[in-house]
Design a protein around this ligand. Structure first.
Ligand code: C2E
Ligand code: CA
Ligand code: CA
Ligand code: CA
Length: 274
């Protein structure tokens, strides 16, 4: 039994070692990929329930790997977040997204673009400077850009966070709280932050109608705060119908559309002119 126990530990150590190896290999590969511009954004529509129109899209990072194909963000964002590479990736994501937003604006598509800001990116002292730089570009549709920050980012130095959010919204950006309902933020502070949107985490949507009381509470909160309520991860007609009946503003999920490259998205968008 003693031997078995020791063997188990050896196996466990080996697996830990293998995982660590794989991680550092991936880290090195991500650095190369960032240099080679292998990251791109796919876009998932957000449908307005009152009008049935696509009024916004969320940009989601993808890694176009030369051998592995399209790699999902869960395979590289956490590594980037741990290693600090998120600062480089985050800037590339903003560059790509902002260029796309400007292109849609130019082409007459009236669509808002949401981009994800990771916790480490949000705490970066250079974030404001970078956002300011984009906002200052001539003709840039800053009011069409929404930055999604996860609820967990709102925990901590409340005055510091409020000041940062105010600075960002003063530049013209919108702010959305992502994965709302999962982050244990302080509700008394939420009401003091400058916010435009609450995104109800998909875990609540998948549990409808059982999670109905919680979702109704979040919808009521959004209404009280006068912000847009977006339900994420809407996969079924029944969820869609429930959300529509209960006053949700927008829905996002496979039921409406999967994330797709910009080239395929234009077919879903309404031209503002014409
Ligand atoms: P998120 O911000 O909560 O994004 C929503 C995720 O749910 C996306 O996964 C999306 O493809 C997926 N999804 C959309 N509709 C449905 C649905 O109906 N059912 C289900 N089960 N899933 C749905 P994705 O693209 O794999 O992204 C995963 C996470 O990676 C994102 O979660 C976000 O936290 C992070 N992420 C993605 N792009 C970026 C980025 O550019 N920067 C940062 N910092 N994080 C990113
Ligand atoms: Ca998001
Ligand atoms: Ca989310
Ligand atoms: Ca999430």
């Amino acid at each position: 039994a003693k031997n078995n126990g020791r063997n188990r530990y050896v196996i466990y150590d080996d697996q830990m070692g293998a995982a660590a190896d794989k991680r550092s290999r991936t880290e090195a590969e991500i650095e190369v990929a960032l240099d080679a511009n292998q990251f791109e954004l796919h876009y998932q529509p957000r449908l307005d329930l009152a009008t049935g129109r696509i009024v916004a899209v969320e940009g989601l990072a993808r890694w176009r790997h030369p051998e592995r194909g399209l790699v999902p963000p869960d395979d590289f964002i956490p590594i980037c977040e741990d290693t600090g590479l998120i600062h480089v990736l985050g800037r590339q994501v903003l560059e790509i997204g902002f260029a796309q937003a400007a292109a849609w604006h130019e082409a007459g598509y009236d669509v808002q673009l949401s981009l994800n800001i990771s916790p480490r990116q949000f705490s970066d002292p250079h974030l404001l400077e970078m956002l300011e730089g984009f906002a200052a570009r001539p003709g840039f549709p800053v009011h069409k850009i929404e930055l999604e920050i996860t609820e967990s980012v709102l925990i901590g130095d409340q005055d510091g966070i409020a000041a940062k959010l105010k600075a960002i919204t003063r530049m013209g950006y919108r702010i959305s709280i992502d994965d709302f309902g999962t982050g244990y933020s302080n509700l008394s502070y939420i009401s003091r932050f400058p916010l435009h949107c609450l995104k109800i985490d998909g875990s609540f949507i998948s549990l409808l109608p059982g999670s109905g009381p919680i979702v109704r509470l979040i919808l009521a909160l959004a209404q009280q705060l006068d912000v847009t309520a977006v339900a994420e991860g809407v996969e079924e007609q029944a969820q869609f119908d429930w959300l529509k009946a209960h006053g949700c503003t927008q829905v996002q999920g496979y039921y409406v559309a999967r994330p797709c490259p910009a080239s395929e998205l234009s077919a879903l968008l309404d031209p503002a002119t014409a």
